[in-house]
Each structure stands twice: as C-alpha cells, then as structure tokens.
Write a protein of this length. Structure first.
Length: 862
C-alpha cells in the first residue's frame, strides 16, 4: 500500500516549503492560518464501527509537517522597531548639521559606521535567533514523530497475541458446538425414524380395515338410496292425487270469475247509459239556453235604451231560474252516484267474501297435505340419521382397535431401527473425533509457529530500538540525512501496517469460513431432522385427512338429502300457490332431482373408494422408499463431515503459512500480559525546552524497555478484583472523567455488595466474542446470549452465579445496581464521545465482559 500524501492548501504549502517571508511580504500578504494536522485516511463515517486502530496517515503528515513561522514574524517586528529607533537616534545625533553636510562628509564621519553597525548587527542577531528557534521546533516535531513511530512498531505483538488467542478459543468453542449439535441430531434422528416406522405400520393395517369398513358403509348407503327412491315414489303418488283435486277447485274458481265478470259488465253498461243520458240532458239544456240568450240579446239590442230596468229584472229572474235548475241537476247527480257506489260496494263485498272462503278452504287443504309430507320426510330422515350414527360408531371403534394393534407392532419394529441408528452414530462419532484431533493438532502447530514468530519479532524490536537511537544521534548533525531516515521509517511503518492488516484479514476470513462450515453442518442436521419430522407429519396427516374425508362425505350426503327435501317442499308450496300446470312439471323435476341425487351419491362413494386405494398405494411406496432415504441422508451427512474436516485442515495450513509469512508478531514475554486498549495513549512526559537529543534517545529506550513492567504492574498488585475496582477502572477508561457522582455511586454500591471470582467471570468471554455480542445487541438482535458461548469453567461459574442471583435477594439487588451504574456510565461516554471509540473500549474491557456475564445471569439479557 503506497503512503498517502496529505493534501494541503496552497498557502500552507507555501508556509511549509518556501523560505521565511520578509517584512514587505508580510505587510502585503493577507494573514495566513496555521497548518494543522489532518487525517490522511478515510473519514470515521466511512470505516467499520469496530476499526479503532490509528491510521498511518497521521504519521505521514507528521513527517511532512513544517514548524510555525512565528519566530520570523517576531524577528521582523523587532527588526522594524530597532531600525526605526536607530534611524531616529542617528538623525537626533546629527542635529542641525544634517542639512549642510553632504553624503561624503556623512560617510567619512566615524560615528556613521558605528551607528550602522549598531542598527544592523542586532537585526542580524534577531533573525539568527529566529532561525535557531524555527530549527529547534522542526527538530522537536521530528523527534515526536520518531517517538510515535517507535511506539507504533511495538503494538503488533499485542494484536498478534489477541488474534491467536481468539482463534484458538473460537475453534474450541465451535468444535464443542458441533459435537453437541451432531449428538442432538443423531438422537432426534433415531427417535423420529422409530416414530415413522411405528406410524407406517399402524397406517397400513388401519387402511386395510378402513377399506373393508368403507365398502360395508357403501353397501349400507346403497340400501338407504333404495329406501329414498321408494319414499320419492310415494311422495310422487301423493302429489299426483293432490294434482287431480286441484283442477276441480280451479274450475270452480273460473266459474265464479265468469259470474263476477258478468256482474261487472252489467254495472259498466248501467254507468254508460247514465253517462249518455246526462250528456243528452246537458246538451239540450245548453241548446235551449243558447236560443233564449240569442233572443234576449236581440230584444235587448232593439230596446236597450227604454227597457234597461225590465232587462235587469228579467236577468235576475233568469239567474234564479238557472240556480234552481243547477241545484236540482247536482242533487240528482249526487243521488245517482251514491246509488251506484252502494251497488258496487255490495257486489265487491260479496265477491271478497266468496274469494276469502275459497282461499281459506284451499289453504287448509294445502296445510294438511304439507303436514303429512313433513311428517313422512321427518320420519325417514330420523331413521337415516340413526343408521348413519350406528355406522360411524362402528367405524370409530374399529379404527381405535386397529390403531392400538398397529402401535404395538411399531414398538417391536423400533428396536431394530434403533440398533441400526446406534451403529451409524458410533461410526459418525469416530469420524468426528478423528477430525477434532486433526483440528487440535493443527491448532498446536499454529501456536508453535506463532511463538517462533513472536521470538523473531522480539529480535526485530531490539534492532528497531537501536536504529531509532542511531537516528536520534544523527539528528543534531545532518538534517537531510534525518529526513531520509524518516522516509525509510515511514515506508517500514507502512509495510508493517500492511502486513498487520493482511494478518487480521486472513484470521477473520478463516474464522468466517470456520463459522460458515459449522453453520452448514448444523443446517444439514436440521434439514435431516425436518425431513423425518415432515414425513411423519405427512403420514399422520394423510390418515387423519382420509378419516375426515370419509366423515365429511357422510355429513355432506346427509346435508344434501336434507337440503334437497327442504328445497322440494319449498318448490311444491310455491308451485301450488301459482298455477296447477306447474305442479305436474315440478313432480317431474322432483323425480329427476332424486335420480340425480342418487347418482351423485353413487359417484361420491366410488370416488371415495378410489381415493382410499390411491392413498394406500402412495403410503406403500413411501414405506418402500423410507429406508433408502434414511441411508442417503446418513451418507450425505458423513460426506459433509468429511468435507468439513478437510476444510479445517486447509484452514490450519493457511493459518500456518500466514503465521510464517508475517513480518511482525508479539514477543514471547507478552503472552500472559494484560491487554492494553488500542486507544490508550502512551505515557507522556513533560518536555522541557532545554531537553537534549541524547537524553531524548535514552528516554525513548527506557520507555520501550519499561512498557511491559508498566502494563503488568496493576495485574501483580492484587490477586483478585472487586466491583469497586472494575468501576474505578471503567472511570479511568473515560479519559479521566470518571470521578463524578455516577462512578462514585457505582463504586460504593459495588464495594458494599458481594465477593465473586470476577477474574474467572472476565475470562469466560474473550474481547472478540464480547465485541461480536455487543454489535448484535446494538443491531436489534435477540437471543444472542446463550449458555453455550462459555467454556466448561465459564458454564460452572454461570450456573453458580445464576443460582445465587435467584436465591439471594441482597446479591440480586447489588447486581442490579451495578448493571444500572454501568449502563449510565456507557450513556455518559456516548454523550462525550459521539464517535463511539470510548464506549467501545469500555464494552470490550474486563468491566464490559463482567457486565455481559452478570446481565445474562440475572436474566436481563437472553
């Protein structure tokens, strides 16, 4: 991976590469901002959440960083002030002689050179001091970068140790999971195969008995069909007799309708005659009135002026005459109308009474006939239901007896199948133990190769320390050579990080492949279990479906007969109330329906018999194919196990080759040291301005040599841990901000609690497993905390703590307070550091692993 060159703005590049600016340039150019260190790698939101390793871009930027030009600014300001003061002093010393003196006289004066020297020499000294300060700052940056490089080169030993330990523990845990899964799969396979054989034998005998019973039932249904045909014949005869009586009633109704029609016709003729006489009377009256009106009009026209009074009196007489005539006419019309209405009402009342009597008699006869038909059909249906119930009870008792006999036979057959599965399980266990031994040997080889690589890394670390000391001694002499050595160290650091990245990637890939292999093996076992279970379920479901189909067919035939009877009665009632001709057609259609119903029952019986025969043939074929399927599944499982063992061997070989090819591994003396979080900064010492390069070199060597003692000192100081110590340590992990009330309260609660082997609790989970569990919990998954993630020692401690938490109330309250305080500390850490690195370091530390263990034991996580 080539080193990424940091990108700087144009003004920063000019500050880093160009010469110091002069006074005029500073006055003309705008104010420039100071160069700051930027990360050369990708931003935090584009990398993995658990990638907390520092980037190499910071080192590259530090090597290329230039010191600040502030000393030159101060030197320029001081030079301007000093030059101004010197020029003012020179002008003051000349006084009044300056206007009359020429340049030659001014130069020949001895004080002129002294004045110029007094002005120029201090300015030169100021710029020399600024240059020395600038060079001193540059050397300080270079020495700080070299110190960081030396410390970074000592980190891969810890990473290699953690990766090797995590890989070994993961392999052991996955192999244990695989053993448990295979044992459970074999046990379930034996049980399911025994159940399948038992159920198949029971089904064979029960289907034979059911076939005989269903044939008897079909014969009984044929007898019932003949009985229904006879009943339908009798119903047809009754309906025919009823049909012969209905035409007589209809003829009588027709005669009454004819008579009523004649009466209505006579009334209509009377009304017509009345209307004709009224029309003629009105016409005559109108013609008479018209003639008289014309005569009067002629007389009035001739005698208008003289006979006005006579006309008025005559008009009044005529008006009175007209009124009386109109009143008489209205009275006669009202009387005739009332008479006609009375006559019509009498005729209508007589007609209604006659129709009501006839309808009541007809309804009574229809009700009597319908009641007799209902009683006959109800009796036949009751007899049919009793016969069906007797047949059903007989079938149920026969099925129960045959099921018990089949169960006994299947119990005897299960013994032979259990012996066969036992032999196959023994062979599979032997093959699995052979594979586990191969994996164990490969893990031991990886461990030995890792130790050798760690020894090589120790020698390389010593060599690197010597090189660093030589480089620090050469810094005071040659700056260019120091830069060349810095470039070489940068390349070495880049190569080291590349090798470390490759090692991590290889280990992660191998761990992923091993997890995939174990998941595939578990999936194969689950598939075999589900196949056997589905087969048993399908056989049991087929038997129950056949029984339910037979019962449903009987119920459907009974419901069909009842529905047909009810529909026939409704159709009969509707046809009798309309016309007599429809009765004959309905009788024919009723006969056709009974015939079709009988034919449908016959077809349903034959179809049921064919379905039962097909189901029996399918069950026999499945029984013949079951041993072959079980054998094929066993062979497939054996081949899958062999493939998994080969994959584990290949994984071991690849891990061995990767360990040999690594450039950097951990030294052997750090195998049992406590792991320092990657984000913990190295111990910083205050640097005095007068610190020499020789003392800096010796200090770096001393820090590198004492690093092991500094990390192992807290572990050797005490033999055990307490909850107060864990909370104090969590507070120290929070960048020195853990002295607040939350951590103090947690320490007090923990110290007032209980004494447990917290060191064993912390060992029950490794940092990699804890990080994986936290990532799953934060992604929303449930059920990630199970008992099988611990080793044998961890399981014993888990059982002990779980039992004590359930039975000891004080212990349960103390654990709850500790969990609450830890969660509050994590929330505060997330609020202070949004990037999540601080909280992630606490979660995978010993305190975080103890929190996971206690939360699981207390039932808060599951």
């Amino acid at each position: 991976m080539p080193p990424a060159s940091p990108e700087l703005p144009a003004d920063e590049e000019s500050l880093l590469d160009g010469p110091p600016p002069t006074d005029t340039e500073e006055a003309a150019a705008p104010r420039r901002r100071m160069a700051r260190r930027r990360a050369a790698g990708p931003s935090r939101n584009r990398i993995a959440a658990n990638d907390d390793g520092p980037s190499i871009g910071g080192l590259i930027f530090a090597l290329q960083q230039k010191p600040s030009n502030t000393p030159f600014k101060f030197a320029g300001i001081a030079s301007i002030i000093w030059a101004t003061l010197g020029v003012a002093f020179a002008l003051a010393s000349l006084g009044s002689d300056a206007p009359v003196m020429g340049w030659l006289d001014l130069v020949t004066r001895p004080t002129t050179f002294l004045t110029i020297a007094a002005i120029v020499v201090p300015i030169g000294l100021l710029w020399l001091m600024a240059l020395l300060a600038w060079r001193t700052e540059e050397l300080r940056l270079r020495s700080s970068t070299m110190t960081e490089v030396a410390i970074r080169l000592a980190e891969p030993d810890r990473l290699a140790e953690q990766n090797v330990a995590s890989l070994g523990q993961a392999v052991r845990r996955q192999v244990g999971f695989m053993n448990d899964a295979i044992t459970r799969a074999l046990g379930r396979a034996g049980e399911l195969e025994a159940m399948v054989h038992n159920e198949v034998a029971v089904l064979e005998r029960s289907y034979e008995d059911n076939e005989r019973k269903i044939r008897g039932l079909i014969s009984e249904l044929s007898g019932e069909r003949h009985a229904l045909v006879n009943t339908s014949d009798r119903v047809s005869e009754s309906l025919m007799r009823l049909g012969s009586e209905i035409p007589t009633l209809i003829e009588k109704l027709s005669d009454q309708q004819v008579k009523l029609g004649k009466v209505i016709e006579g009334a209509g003729e009377n009304l017509t005659m009345l209307e004709t006489s009224l029309a003629s009377s009105v016409g005559n009256l109108e013609s008479a009135v018209g003639g008289r009106t014309e005569q009067l009009q002629n007389v009035l026209e001739s005698y208008t002026t003289g006979l006005a009074g006579a006309l008025e009196s005559r008009a009044e007489q005529l008006q009175v005459t007209f009124d009386s005539q109109l009143q008489q006419l209205d009275t006669s019309l009202v009387n005739r109308t009332e008479n006609l209405q009375t006559v019509f009402e009498e005729y209508a009342r007589a007609l209604d009474a006659a129709l009501a009597n006839r309808a009541q008699a007809l309804d009574y006869q229809l009700v009597e006939r319908t009641r007799s038909l209902d009683e006959a059909f109800g009796e036949r249906l009751r007899l049919f239901d009793e016969s069906i119930m007797r047949s059903t009870s007989a079938i149920d008792s026969a099925v129960v007896d045959k099921t018990e006999a089949l169960t006994n036979a299947l119990d005897a057959h299960a013994v032979s199948f259990r012996e066969t599965i036992g032999r196959q399980a023994t062979d599979l266990d032997e093959a699995l133990m052979h594979g586990i031994n191969s994996v164990r040997r490969a893990s031991e080889n990886i461990t030995r190769q890792s130790i050798k690589a760690m020894e090589g890394l120790a020698s390389q670390s010593d060599l690197l320390k010597n090189i660093s000391e030589n480089l620090l001694n050469q810094i005071s002499g040659v700056t260019g050579r120091f830069e060349n050595q810095g470039v070489q160290i940068m390349k070495a650091a880049n190569a080291l990080e590349t090798a470390n990245f490759k090692i991590d990637k290889t280990l992660q890939n191998r761990h992923t492949e091993l997890s995939t292999t174990l998941d595939r093996l578990s999936g194969k076992a689950d598939e075999f279990t589900s196949f056997v279970g589905d087969y048993s379920t399908s056989i049991a479901g087929s038997l129950s479906d056949a029984d339910m189909r037979a019962r449903s067919e009987l119920e459907r035939m009974r419901a069909t007969a009842a529905a047909e009877s009810e529909r026939t009665l409704e159709d009969l009632r509707s046809r009798l109330t309309t016309v007599s001709s429809a009765v004959t057609s309905e009788l024919g259609s009723l006969t056709d329906r009974f015939t079709s119903t009988s034919e449908t029952m016959r077809q349903q019986a034959s179809r049921t018999s064919s379905e039962i025969a097909a189901e029996q043939n399918r069950l026999r074929s499945e029984m013949e194919r079951l041993p072959l399927t079980a054998q094929e599944s066993s062979e497939g499982m054996r081949r899958a196990l062999q493939d998994q063992i080969k994959a584990l061997d290949q994984l071991s070989q690849l891990a061995a080759r990767s360990a040999v090819q690594r450039d950097v591994t951990a030294p052997p003396q750090n195998l049992h040291a406590e792991t320092v979080p990657p984000t913990q900064p190295p111990p910083q010492r205050p640097q005095a301005p007068s610190r020499s390069l020789t003392s800096l070199s010796s200090t770096i060597a001393q820090e590198l040599g004492n690093r092991q003692r500094q990390r192992s000192a807290p572990a050797d100081s005490r033999e055990g841990w307490s909850l107060g110590d864990l909370l104090a340590r969590a507070s120290r992990d929070e960048d020195g901000h853990g002295h607040g009330p939350a951590s103090a309260g947690a320490s007090r609660h923990a110290q007032a609690g209980f004494n447990l082997d917290l060191e064993a609790i912390a060992r029950a989970l490794d940092p990699a497993t804890a990080a994986a569990i936290w990532s799953r919990i934060r992604s929303g998954q449930r059920g990630v905390m199970v008992r099988s993630i611990y080793g044998n020692e961890g399981r014993a401690v888990f059982d002990d703590v779980s039992h004590r938490c359930r039975n000891d109330g004080e212990l349960s309250r103390t654990v709850s307070r500790y969990l609450t305080d830890f969660e509050r500390i994590i929330a505060e850490s997330d609020g202070r550091d949004p990037s999540g690195r601080l909280s992630h370091g606490q979660l995978i530390s010993d305190t975080g692993r103890v929190y996971l263990f206690l939360a699981h034991a207390a039932g808060r996580l599951g």
